[in-house]
Design a binder for this molecule. Structure first.
Ligand code: SF4
Length: 336
């Protein structure tokens, strides 16, 4: 346990956590919705400042980032915990931990070791992923500073449910973020994720872009829950209004955790969502989790030629040269 950052001390030994948009108000002995931050006698402590539950060397495409150093390796790490309760969580065993079980999870690791391992594995970035990096902010920020000193990029894969104060702290640290915009209706956020509204997520996407962070967005389509075409149109229009160059990943759901009675996403739903994104004016819309479906490549927004061919997490061909289309010279947005 270590004293947490980003909180306010209040009378009667209460504290308000300022890390995510839940803004938990905690009495002594209480822990937050994430279950990894806890009020001890009027001070907020984090149980995961040095607790690492997963590390893997992944293709950056697996995060997914399609316009960040294509075909490079990313050292991916996670601490336990999450501020959402998604009924379809693919990593629920490490994200949905009980307060009592947190100390027994993972291993105590130092940021310097993580960065050293990333370099030894030939990675060009660190990805804070698998669980929700917001709730291990202290570990993330210390590691990210060291990673940057060593010339590595910092990538965040997040639900985006951040407080304004946390965003401010992340702007100088994060190079790219893949934000899960889980659906367009607040009802979906409440019913499936136990979050009151999508607005903080929209604010994170907009403010990260404003601060020069490269943003890609992912929406996992769950049949009957968040795949309504009218809602997807609104979602895509929102993204296009911020920038038509935001890559939007529409990905396929598989039954898991507490949503095992729902069928996998049919290919037609993914194809329809991709069409909706393109019609809204987005340049780069990808279908994911269904290799070979035909929505995995990057096309030039200028001349429509194929620039990056992919199959699953593999890059088969990358024709982008110095961030431009080799045929017409059109810039290709991203980090190349
Ligand atoms: S990170 Fe979010 S969920 Fe956890 S204590 Fe802070 S405000 Fe609550």
């Amino acid at each position: 346990m270590r004293e947490a950052e980003l909180y306010t001390r209040l009378p009667e030994e209460r504290v308000r956590c300022e890390l995510c948009a839940h803004h938990c108000l905690l009495k002594p002995g209480q822990s937050g919705i994430c279950r990894v931050r806890e009020n001890h006698s009027g001070r907020l402590f984090t149980a995961v400042a040095d607790l690492v539950v997963a590390t893997h060397v992944d293709p950056v495409e697996k995060k997914p980032f399609y316009h960040v150093l294509p075909a490079s390796k990313s050292y991916s790490l996670a601490a336990p915990g999450c501020n959402f309760r998604c009924r379809h969580c693919q990593n629920y065993e490490i994200s949905q931990v009980s307060r009592q079980r947190v100390p027994g999870f993972g291993a105590h690791r130092r940021p310097v070791e993580l960065v050293r391992e990333a370099l030894a594995a030939g990675c060009r970035s660190l990805a804070y992923t698998y669980t929700e990096p917001t709730v291990y902010f202290e570990l993330l920020s210390e590691t990210a500073l060291l990673a940057r000193e060593q010339g590595l990029l910092n990538l965040m894969v997040s639900n985006g449910f951040l407080s304004p104060a946390a965003r401010q702290r992340l702007y100088p640290l994060i190079d790219a973020a893949n934000i899960d915009l889980k659906g367009w209706s607040d009802r979906f956020y409440r019913r499936v994720c136990s979050a009151r509204s999508k607005q903080p997520v929209l604010d994170t996407i907009a403010s990260f872009i404003d601060h020069g962070i490269w943003v890609e967005v992912t929406t996992l389509l769950i049949p009957g829950y968040n795949d309504d075409p009218a809602e997807l149109k609104e979602l895509a229009r929102f993204l296009a209004s911020l920038s038509p160059a935001i890559p939007w990943h529409v990905t396929g759901f598989f039954p898991t955790y507490r949503l095992t009675s729902v069928s996998p996403t049919p290919p037609e739903t993914l194809n329809r969502a991709r069409k909706i994104g393109l019609e809204a004016g987005l340049y780069y819309v990808f279908s994911g989790n269904r290799p070979g479906l035909g929505g995995e490549d990057t096309y030039c927004p200028g001349c429509a030629t194929t620039l990056i061919r992919r199959y699953g997490f593999r890059v088969l061909e990358n024709r982008v040269r110095e961030g431009r289309c080799p045929d017409c010279g059109e810039p290709v947005a991203g980090i190349f």
